[in-house]
Each structure stands twice: as C-alpha cells, then as structure tokens.
Design a protein around this ligand. Structure first.
Ligand code: EPU
Length: 334
C-alpha cells in the first residue's frame, strides 16, 4: 500500500477542482484490501472516500480531512460457458480496456459503454449507461469489503438497487462497501432491435451495416469523441447534469410544450440548449457547445465559483421550463 499525505484533490480528478486530501491510500494487491481498515485505524482516520479514475468526482475547496482510497489492482480472468463468457475483473482496471477485451471475444452487452472514462470498480456505483445500455444488466456479483464489519462480502445485483445513474453505493450505502472486484456475464452475439438514435445515424452516415460488438464499440468511441471532451485534455466530469425523469402523467404535457423526451426521460441537454446556455461561460465554467449536459472547466479554480456557475445555469433552466436540474458527479466529503 502506498500512502501519501496532503495531496491536492484537483490533481486526482478530471474536473481539476478540490482542495487537499489529508491522505491518499493506493491499494496494490488483495492483502492491501484486507489490511485497509487496520491501516485507517493506525492513521486515526474515520472518514474515507473511494475514488476510481476521478472522472465523475470533485471536492469542495476545503478538501477532505480523511483518506481517499484508490485501487490500483487491474486483473482480469474470464472463462467461456457455451455462448456465455464470465469475466472477473479487479476494480482498478480501466473501464474502456475491459470493454475492448470483451468485444475482442465477440461479446455483446457493454459495447455501447465503450469510451467511458473511469474504472471497473466505479462503473456499478453510478450504474454507468450510454446509447441504450446500462452496466447493471451485465453484473452477476459484486465483491466488496464491508467497512463496518471489516469482512470481505459478495453482493448480488438484486441487493444493489440499480436504476438510472443510481445504486446503493451512491445512495443508502455510500462509503459502506468498498468494491474491489466485479463479476460480469456477457453473451457472444450482437445487439438486437433498434439502436440509440445518434449511434444509428453515425452508422448510416458511414455506411456501416455490421453490428459486431467491436464495430459498435468503435462507432460509440467516435460518436463520443465528436461530442464529449477528452478528460486528458479538457477539464470536465462528462455529463454534469442528469437527465430529468417525470411522472408518466406529465408526458402528454411535454408533448404539448414541444419538449423532446424518451418516454419519461426529458432530454435535459435540450432544456439547457433552449434556455440559450450552450457555449456560455460562467465564472470560468463553460456549458459545452457540443453537449449541453457537459460543463467544461476552462479557467475555474474553485468549487465556490463552480457552484455559482451551476446556480446560474439551473436557475435559468428552471425559470424558462420549470425543471430543477440535478448534479450528476459526486462531491468528496459531502
Ligand atoms: N440534446 C440537445 N442539445 C444538447 C444535448 C442533447 O438538444 O446539447 C437533446 C437532443 O434531443 C438529443 C438528446 O438530448 O437527441 C440526447 O442527447 P445525447 O444523446 O447527446 O445524450 P445526453 O442525454 O445528453 C446521456 C448521458 C451520457 C451518454 C449519452 C449517450 C446522462 C446524464 N448522460 O447524455 O453520459 O453518453 O446519453 O447515451 O444520462 C455521462 O454520464 O457522463 C455521459 C456522458
């Protein structure tokens, strides 16, 4: 285990916002997971935060008076079982590397989640989803350290309360379970049925008729690259705002008002764009001119300024359309 002290969180997260963390613990093997609780006790730490690649997280300017725990273990084991392939993957593995591995095996299930920045361990936390797929449908077991009992445990997906950008890990059991390994089962084959609109359009525009998982994964990476900032070059946390879900009874009202939606999901990017906010900069934070749910940190230095920007954006959308925006990324220590 590598233990570092007084580390700027802004250097650990893609939004580049956050004060100092008292400690960062980097776990390098399974023994480090087993020893985690005793190491926290040895350092008198009673607060911790599990960080993946920092692609969906930032911190307040006050930083974090505890330990940020980062898993550096990146193993993958898989075995075939007829048309199915079972994967056992360490939490520290790069998510897109895992997607690439599965599509190489001809597996369908997560090919549309290609190109999402982050780690395998972080994927279930917010139940990552894109282009019609959600990771929850492919997870068969979560291996975690129960931080209260100091015990290695297993959770079935039915115990994780997965829904849109939601699980027990980012709600009721936040901080309770440290996910160190995830099991997935994928099937060999191809997606059946209708594809997500913008993905189908990309395929049509490029005369691609194959639905082979590796072809779709590459198409998704290209669509994402054309819309979403590369966190290595541009500071952001991907979608900053969630899409808003309305009650079934409100859907007709959306149609009357001409607000685009997919069932009960309101296209919140449309709301932001049609509130005239696309490309606008507030306190150093810019509403992306390619994807309005994305907030880019152009020159912002503080969480406080980011909050001011978010308030202006949210208030403008609410004044025009009556919807309250909800933030997607996590805030360390909140
Ligand atoms: N739209 C606009 N203007 C915009 C953006 C979107 O009008 O600037 C409307 C359009 O009607 C468009 C619809 O919103 O057809 C959907 O847009 P898009 O396909 O770009 O997706 P999104 O709803 O903006 C969500 C996810 C993304 C994911 C894409 C593709 C959330 C919070 N975001 O964005 O996930 O890649 O769908 O499936 O659900 C992320 O979570 O960080 C992320 C990038």
């Amino acid at each position: 285990m590598i233990i570092r002290e007084n580390i700027p969180i802004s250097e650990l997260v893609t939004m580049r916002i956050g004060g100092n963390a008292r400690y960062v613990f980097e776990l390098e093997d399974k023994e480090d997971i087993k020893n985690l609780i005793s190491e926290l006790k040895n350092h008198n730490i009673d607060k911790w935060y599990f960080l993946g690649a920092g692609a969906n997280t930032f911190a307040t300017d006050a930083g974090f008076d505890g330990a940020i725990i980062v898993n550096k273990i990146a193993n993958i084991i898989f075995k075939g079982d007829g048309d199915k392939i079972h994967f056992k993957v360490s939490a520290g593995m790069d998510w897109d590397f895992f997607v690439e591995r599965t599509t190489k095996e001809g597996c369908t299930g997560i090919e549309c989640l290609a190109g999402i920045p982050g780690t395998v361990g972080a994927a279930p936390v917010q139940n990552i989803g894109a282009y019609g797929q959600e990771v929850a449908t492919t997870i068969t077991k979560i291996h975690a350290l129960d931080m209260e009992k100091d015990e290695l445990i297993e959770l079935d997906p039915s115990e994780c309360d997965f829904s849109y950008r939601h699980s027990i890990f980012n709600s009721t059991a936040r901080g309770k379970y440290y996910i160190y390994e995830v099991d997935f089962t994928l099937e060999k084959g191809e997606i059946k049925g209708e594809l997500y609109g913008s993905l189908q359009k990309y395929l049509d525009d490029n005369n691609i008729t194959s639905r082979e998982p590796k072809v779709l994964a590459e198409a998704v990476r290209n669509v994402r690259d054309s819309k979403l900032p590369d966190p290595k070059e541009i500071a952001s946390s991907g979608s900053f705002f969630k899409n808003v879900y309305v009650d079934e009874s409100k859907v007709a009202e959306l149609d009357e008002k001409g607000i685009p939606h997919h069932g009960t999901k309101v296209n919140t990017g449309w709301l932001i764009e049609n509130a005239g906010l696309k490309g606008k900069v507030f306190y150093g934070f810019k509403v992306s001119d390619k994807a309005a749910l994305v907030l880019i940190n152009e020159s912002g230095k503080s969480y406080e300024d980011m909050q001011k920007a978010v308030k202006e954006i949210s208030d403008t959308v609410e004044a025009k359309f009556g919807f309250k925006l909800e933030q997607e990324p996590n805030v360390i220590g909140k």
